[in-house]
Ligand binder design. Structure first.
Ligand code: CA
Length: 241
């Protein structure tokens, strides 16, 4: 994708918003196309495989979450990144969308520059994640200052070992595997303890608080995403505003 233009598909029924996104996307060098219907979008995506999708959740025919679900169920389209556009107060939908596999979201009214930064981050993260996929036994974070050693089940902060419980280690590992990606509490519970767990949303918060305390000056790298969950802050993917 180095020379070819990034192809963005905008699924949004409000014309002014779609045009605003299109304008900014093209100005930042993408090729943008807009479509107002979820149903038509599904056909178009299967046919043309855009590089990335902006998906409004409130669509007249097929709602955005359903579009997201179908794209993620389909082998041919599941890897295409999706950034959702949501209305204020739709936190439950954001959570549902992320659990379905959407990569990020913005809330209306949003700044087009923020949306463009999110799109670039998601695209860049796609590459970063592939490079940094834990093929080895160590995950290097924050320029190597924070290291998760999977073989030894150890975490090193500036070369110094810190003592984590199994749950804290599991949470940090899960978030750090995909820096910058928001994870809901339910996803964290699923990843850390499997399905038959007694871990609740509230206890996730308690474990995160303890984890942050132990991370000391790196505490801020485990970020709270209000109403949604947590993510590991990725300095390389910082949003330029
Ligand atoms: Ca709409």
């Amino acid at each position: 994708m180095s020379n070819a233009k990034i192809e963005l598909l905008i699924i949004e029924d409000e014309l002014e918003i779609a045009e605003l996104i299109e304008f900014h996307a093209e100005r930042s060098g993408m090729r943008a196309r807009k479509i107002h219907s979820g149903r038509l979008a599904l056909e178009l995506i299967r046919r043309e495989k855009p590089d990335i999708i902006v998906l409004d959740l409130m669509l007249p025919d097929l709602d955005g979450l359903e579009v997201c679900r179908r794209l993620k169920q389909d082998e041919a389209t599941r890897t295409i990144p999706i950034v959702m556009v949501t209305a204020k107060g739709e936190e439950a939908d954001v959570v549902a969308g992320i659990e379905l596999g959407a990569d990020d979201y913005v809330t209306k009214p949003f700044s087009p520059r923020v949306l463009m930064a999110r799109l670039r981050n998601v695209l860049r993260r796609g590459g970063v994640v592939e490079e940094a996929a834990p093929s080895g036994d160590r995950i290097m974070l924050l320029d190597g200052r924070l290291i998760i050693d999977l073989d030894r089940h150890e975490v090193l902060c500036d070369g110094k070992k810190i003592e984590l419980t199994l749950t804290e280690f599991g949470i940090l590992h899960y978030l750090a595997t995909r820096p910058g990606f928001v994870r809901t509490r339910d996803q964290i519970i699923g990843a850390v303890h499997g399905k038959s767990t007694v871990l609740s949303s509230r206890t996730v918060d308690v474990h995160v608080t303890a984890l942050r305390r132990k991370l000391g000056e790196f505490a801020d790298s485990v970020e709270t995403v209000r109403g949604v969950g947590y993510r590991f802050a990725d300095a390389r993917a910082s949003v330029e505003l």
